[in-house]
Design a protein around this ligand. Structure first.
Ligand SMILES: Cc1ncc(C[n+]2csc(CCOP(=O)(O)OP(=O)(O)O)c2C)c(N)n1
Length: 635
């Protein structure tokens, strides 16, 4: 498309050549560009549409990349990517070998810090700010550091830890709080209400704005006088009881706003005003998720990441458009089963850290709203809160994505496992998750959960396995982790076998070689073995679905240890510490000496791409497993 402005913007220096009054046109073009691009190459639409004016204003005012922008999550940074020399590659965003899904310093010097997991921006930016000061940047020039954080990400404990630290050490950090009253789902909770109160305290704000605007107009004034007025206006607000309690001011962080985050010209003025203020400061802006695209404004949860869509009609393209009955999503199997269990047991409650739609706990939320707790983007709290609920005699099913559960490791160890509390961890998005990439793959959970005493760990291969594991977990004691992948259930319609505690299942008998798998990768193993059968591969391969990583099925292990000289283990996680390690250790401890070949993910962070491409790259799809099995030296 023929864009008048953005086609000529290859860096923020080009943006700075545009006249102030033309910036709304630049924003309009960026909006159009992002909508068009995402309609065929899906991504995080709503959040990025909401930050366009802010992004333009930041790059217009600040001297990036010398000044540092630290984006929280980084899913709202598409305009930032486009303005910083990545416009021509934007059509590859999130694709295999394409642009990173979030901000990534490896990709661009304009990306000051890694992003993907929420709530780290304030801590990281503060570290950069203080570190820069200590090193006295080149030629004594200090760079500005800005953290841009959403109100959703502000609900995370880490953000508050960052704020607390910001208030106590000498620094000039600017925190832009992008308040749209949404995470992926609507936000609830005290902090959200607090921001609403700040926003709606109208008479106070009108007065402040009057003073602020008057100060802004006084361009003839020198910087010292202007700052004095601004200082007075900040202390002035303390006279009003509501804002005397302003959390930021209370923490000694100067507070500006709230202001319209879609008025780019005004944002430029404000940022110019406050950027040279000494000391830490917060600029609170109000934005709308999905701004400028009606379907996205009207259904903000769905349009957070809508998939492909028709720009003109706003229709989302359905994956299931062929009319065929398709397997359900793993998360739906979880969501429906949880509701069923909860209806039969009033002690069962659901806990989710800001992902009710993402994990389908929304199914239970609709029918039993009082029994579901969406606690904000607060994984550590979600786990300890679950521990408290268990202590009180409730039965929490705490659903957290594998990658985000990493945030809560000590809460699992100290608050749950040490007291052997009956908390059921339902770990969604385990394994490769696809286009969200390295920050989001769930490759570590088997390895990080296995060493924790009292922890019991299982992984379903089929939808029915998941249902039965959730049933079993209700009757067990102590902490239980059930991990399952993203996407549609594989192994749909497979023969049902009863899931028993600590027991695996033999899927086929063999002669020369045994494959032990855990979880849904077992389906790729089954397909690979079928393929080898067609090729008349001479040795016969046994296949066991272990189902449980902890406790291990020792009966199977004795059988395999006695019968096979070669064992292949398969898991969709890191090799170090997972099933393969467990089997090797067990064999060594019990005097068996098979040759154990471990299939899984080697010591590496895995990039982004489709799940199919990535499993192929890792040789963990049918073809890759075939290839590995063909190379196995059979004695
Ligand atoms: C630690 C962590 N937990 C959960 C998520 C999933 N997640 C991605 S964006 C998002 C909502 C963020 O809300 P907010 O910061 O307000 O940004 P918005 O999308 O509203 O612009 C969530 C929960 C995450 N990225 N990181």
């Amino acid at each position: 498309m023929d864009y008048k402005y953005i086609n000529k913007i290859d860096s923020p220096a080009d943006l700075k050549k545009v006249k102030l009054e033309e910036l709304p046109d630049v924003c309009a073009e960026l909006r159009q560009f992002i909508i068009e691009a995402l309609s065929t190459n899906p991504g995080h639409l709503g959040s990025s549409l909401g930050t366009i004016e802010l992004t333009v204003a930041l790059h217009y005012v600040f001297d990036t990349p010398n000044d540092k922008l630290v984006w929280d999550v980084g899913h709202q940074a598409y305009a930032h990517k486009i303005l910083t020399g990545r416009r021509d590659r934007f059509h590859t965003n999130r694709q295999f070998k394409g642009l990173s899904p979030f901000t990534n310093p490896k990709e661009s010097e304009y990306d000051a810090f890694i992003a993907g997991h929420a709530s780290n921006s304030i801590s990281a930016a503060l570290g950069i700010e203080i570190g820069n000061g200590k090193l006295k940047m080149d030629n004594g020039k200090f760079s500005n550091v800005v953290a841009i954080i959403g109100d959703g990400a502000m609900t995370g404990g880490l953000a508050f830890e960052g704020l607390n630290n910001t208030s106590m050490d000498k620094n000039n950090l600017l925190i832009v709080l992008n308040d749209n009253n949404m995470a992926i789902d609507p936000l609830k909770g005290g902090f959200t209400q607090y921001l609403v109160d700040l926003t709606t305290s109208t008479s106070y704000n009108k007065l402040r704005w009057w003073i602020y605007k008057a100060a802004s107009k006084l361009h003839i004034m020198n910087e010292r006088k202007r700052q004095r007025i601004l200082r007075r206006h900040t202390s002035f607000k303390a006279m009003f009881s509501k804002n005397a309690n302003n959390i930021f001011t209370g923490l000694n962080i100067r507070y500006f706003g709230p202001t319209d985050g879609h008025d780019v010209i005004n944002l430029v003025r404000i940022l110019n005003e406050i950027k040279n203020h000494r000391g830490p400061k917060v600029l609170h802006i109000i934005t709308k998720k999905g701004k400028g695209y009606a379907p996205a404004e009207n259904d903000q949860t769905v349009w957070h990441a809508p998939g492909e869509f028709n720009v003109a009609s706003g229709e989302r393209l359905q994956v299931t458009g062929d009319g065929l009955r398709v397997p359900p999503l793993w998360q739906e199997v979880f969501g429906e089963k949880l509701l069923e269990l909860a209806k039969g047991n009033e002690k069962i409650v659901g806990i989710t850290p800001a992902m009710p739609s993402g994990c389908s706990m929304s199914i239970m939320q609709k029918e039993l709203p009082d029994r579901v707790f969406d606690v904000g983007i607060a994984e550590g709290h979600a786990v300890t809160f679950s521990a408290g609920l268990a202590k009180a005699g409730m039965l929490p099913y705490c659903n957290i994505y594998s990658t985000f559960l990493q945030r809560a490791y000590d809460n699992i160890v100290h608050d749950v496992a040490l007291q052997n509390l009956h908390v059921v961890f339902c770990i969604d998005r385990a394994g490769i998750v696809g286009n969200d990439g390295a920050t989001h793959h769930g490759l570590l959970d088997l390895a990080y959960l296995r060493p924790i005493p009292n922890m019991q760990i299982c992984a379903p291969r089929t939808a029915e396995d998941l249902r039965q594991m959730m049933d079993l977990a209700e009757k067990m004691e102590g902490p239980v982790a059930i991990r399952y992948p993203r996407g549609r259930v594989t192994g749909y319609g497979l023969q049902v076998t009863e899931v028993k505690y600590g027991k695996g299942v033999k899927l086929r008998d063999g002669k020369d070689l045994a494959v032990l798998s855990i979880g849904s990768i077992g389906n790729a193993v089954s397909e690979a073995i079928e393929e080898l059968k067609i090729k008349n591969y001479e040795f016969k391969i046994a296949h066991y679905d272990m189902r449980w990583l902890k406790p291990l099925d020792e009966e199977i292990l004795h059988e395999v240890g006695k019968k096979y000289k070669t064992i292949v283990t398969a898991e969709d996680g890191v090799i170090a510490g997972g099933l393969g390690s467990a089997v090797l250790e067990w064999m060594a401890d019990h005097g068996y000496t098979p040759h154990v070949i471990r299939l899984g993910v080697n010591d590496q962070f895995v990039e982004h791409g489709s799940t199919k491409e990535l499993y192929h790259m890792l040789k963990l799809d049918k073809e890759g497993i075939c290839e590995s099995l063909l190379q196995v030296p059979v004695k």
